[in-house]
Design a protein around this ligand. Structure first.
Ligand SMILES: *Cc1c(COP(=O)(O)O)cnc(C)c1O
Length: 350
C-alpha cells in the first residue's frame, strides 16, 4: 500500500480498555463506566423517539442538534451559539485538532493523561509534545509562552484523578498562544469546573462527555462549550448527521434530569470516600480523587501483581505498564457492593 500516508502506515492505533464479551461475569472497574443505569427519563425519551414501529427512523435526525444545544446552553448559562454536541467527546477532540493543527504543527498534552490525543494528532500528521507533572501535580517546565496550536489539559486528570485549581488553569490559558482545551470528562464528580474561563479567555474550550456521569457510554455523546467562532469551525468540520435520533433524545432527557445526575454522582462520591479510606487502612497510597475512579498503589508498589490477583477473581481494573504508573492501579468506583467485594479480595492479596 505505497499510496497510504506514511503517518497512518506508521501509527499503532489506539487500544481502548478491554470490554470482556462475558461482561456479566465480571466486576468491571477498568473503563470508568457508571455502575448505575441512565435516568429513567432517558430510557423513556428513547422509547418515545423510537415509537411503536420505529417510524421516526425513516427520517434524518436534526443535523443541527438545536434542541439539545439549547438545553445544554441554558443549563450552563451560555447562549446556544457557544455550545456544540458530538458523537462522544472523542469526536470533539478529533475535530479540534483538525480545526487548529495543520500537518507538522504542534499539539501538546500532559503525560500521564489521555493518550488518545496522541493518536488523533498522528492521524492529522501534527507534531506531539508532552509535559510531565511535578510532585505536587503541576505541569513541569511549562513555558511562559507556549506556541503550540493546541494544549489538552485533562482536568480532573485521568488516570490520576486530581484536579488543577481554577486560577492555575487560567494562568495556563494566559500562557497559551493557541487553544487550551480543558477536557472535563470527569468534572461532574469534582468540586469545580472551568466553564467561566470560556467567557474570560477567547482561547479556552471545555469538553464534556455523557459517558461517565450520565451513564451513557454506550450512546456516544459529548459536548463542548467555546466561543461562537470556535463552535462555527467545529460545525463546518463534523459529519452533518453525527448524532442519530435516539442519541439526541437521550442527550436532551439526560441534561434535563439533573436531580438524577446529582443523586447517582453523590452515591459514587460517597462510595469513593469510603473505598479510599479502606484502601488507606490497607496501606495503599492514593491520589486524592475528584473523579469516578481512584489511582491507588499497594504497599509493595507492584500494580501488576494486584491486577493479576484481581483478574484471577474476575475483577477487572486498569493497569498501565508505563513506568510512571506501573506502581499502581486505576480502579473505577462501582456500586458499594462491588467495591466491598473488591476490597475483600484486595485484603487477601495484601
Ligand atoms: C472517557 C474520556 C473521554 C471520552 O469520552 P467519550 O465521550 O466517551 O468519547 C475523553 N477524555 C477523557 C479524559 C476520558 O476519560
Amino acid at each position: 500500500m505505497s499510496c497510504l500516508r506514511p503517518n497512518i502506515a506508521q501509527m499503532a492505533g489506539y487500544v481502548p480498555g478491554y470490554q470482556p464479551p462475558d461482561s456479566e461475569a465480571w466486576i468491571k472497574l477498568n473503563t470508568n463506566e457508571n455502575p448505575y443505569p441512565p435516568s429513567p427519563q432517558v430510557v423513556e425519551a428513547i422509547r418515545q423517539e423510537l415509537g411503536e414501529l420505529g417510524d421516526s427512523l425513516r427520517m434524518y435526525p436534526d443535523a443541527g442538534s438545536v434542541q439539545v444545544r439549547r438545553t445544554a446552553a441554558t443549563l450552563f448559562g451560555f447562549e446556544p451559539s457557544w455550545v456544540i454536541t458530538a458523537n462522544g467527546s472523542d469526536e470533539l477532540l478529533n475535530n479540534l485538532i483538525r480545526a487548529f493543527a495543520g500537518e507538522g504543527e504542534e499539539v501538546a498534552y500532559i503525560h500521564p493523561s489521555y493518550s488518545y490525543y496522541a493518536t488523533l494528532a498522528q492521524i492529522q500528521g501534527a507534531k506531539i509534545r508532552t509535559f510531565g507533572l511535578t510532585a505536587d501535580y503541576r505541569i513541569a517546565d511549562f513555558p511562559s509562552r507556549y506556541e503550540g496550536k493546541l494544549f489538552f489539559l485533562t482536568s480532573p486528570n485521568a488516570p490520576l484523578g486530581f484536579t488543577f485549581p481554577l486560577d492555575y488553569v487560567a494562568n495556563i490559558a494566559r500562557r497559551c498562544a493557541g487553544m487550551l482545551v480543558v477536557d472535563e470528562a470527569y468534572v461532574d464528580f469534582a468540586e469545580a469546573n472551568a466553564l467561566e474561563l470560556v467567557k474570560e479567555f477567547d482561547n479556552v474550550v471545555v469538553t464534556r462527555t455523557f459517558s461517565k456521569s450520565y451513564s451513557l457510554a454506550g450512546m456516544r455523546l459529548g459536548l463542548a462549550v467555546a466561543r461562537p467562532e470556535v463552535i462555527q469551525a467545529l460545525d463546518k468540520i463534523r459529519d452533518h448527521y453525527h448524532l442519530d435520533r435516539l442519541a439526541l433524545a437521550a442527550a436532551g432527557a439526560a441534561l434535563r434530569d439533573q436531580a438524577y445526575l446529582r443523586e447517582t454522582v453523590g452515591r459514587i462520591r460517597d462510595t469513593r470516600a469510603w473505598f479510599s479510606t479502606e484502601l488507606g487502612a490497607l496501606g495503599y497510597a492514593l491520589v486524592d480523587s475528584q473523579t469516578n475512579f481512584v489511582f491507588a498503589s499497594p504497599p509493595d508498589r507492584n500494580g501488576k501483581r494486584v491486577y493479576e490477583g484481581l483478574y484471577a477473581r474476575k475483577i477487572l481494573v486498569r493497569y498501565f505498564s508505563d513506568p510512571l504508573l506501573a506502581h499502581g492501579l486505576r480502579i473505577t468506583i462501582g456500586t458499594r457492593q462491588e467495591m466491598e467485594q473488591t476490597l475483600a479480595v484486595l485484603k487477601e492479596l495484601g
